[in-house]
Design a protein around this ligand. Sequence first.
Ligand code: PDD
Length: 284
Amino acid sequence: MRKSYPKEVFLNGQWLPHDQATVSVFDRGFMLGDGIYEVIPFYQNKLFTPDEHIQRLKAGLAEVGIAYDVDSLKTTASEAVVRAGCNEGAVYIQITRGAAPRTHYFPADVEPTVLLYAFHLSLGGFEQKLVDVILSEDFRWHRCNIKSISLIANVLANNFAHQQGVLENVLIRNGLVTEGSCTSVFFVRNGIVYTHPEGPHILPGITRNLVILLCGEMGIEVEEKAISVNDLPFGDEAFLTGTTMQVTAIGSMRIGSEQLVVSTDVGQVTRRIQQAFIKRIEAL
Ligand code: PDD
């Protein structure tokens, strides 16, 4: 299905019809993938966990030395939701280093390019889904904690999954599961929830962190420990988390020619987490 463009976008301080919003061909986002992005979900016209997303954006910009004060963006994101006129979806924010003659080093005196818009996304019903995934090698860089717009490795991984007829590609680095091409990954075994620890090999997912918090509130034990691909057959449940997939159960995993059925129904622990997550949304 071809997706549609948002009606209007916020570009460098101005709201513009999407077809009138343009940037220089010398923008370093376009030329070098030199920028940071964020995706904030909204439900019932309200931003969900906006402060956490803005904080991660701020941290990402600091990591790559782009000087931009993000504090006003929460208000702009709320305005985008109103302007988009849909109940649920996400706000996309992208900040690049700006336009300058091409160099590999940071150019002096550039103004960052700031783009923001809201778009519709169907966010309901995730708790009824079971997604199939494939597993393949994590060939991304060693600073995956930065939400960089240079997403070619994630694009290749995700597109490979789609070519195989599944939604997500779960990545393996040195025999350990890191995360999905655009999601965090959790496993459940004997009632304990496992996910890769934060660090340079995963994005510190906002949904991931909320799930860990919710588990704490419910007394579900969480171990932030990477799971070996060899241990996958011994897991009881597995699920993906993220802004676009929320908390979605994994039905099956394909590793090479091997098909591993995780579950034919959403597992008990996953279901409890989903219910707690839905409660959070309802409390907005
Ligand atoms: N992706 N890991 C990766 C590599 C991601 O790209 C994402 C999010 C996540 C989940 O993070 P969060 O819970 O903060 O959404 C984990 C976004 C949605 C995207 O690229 O569109």
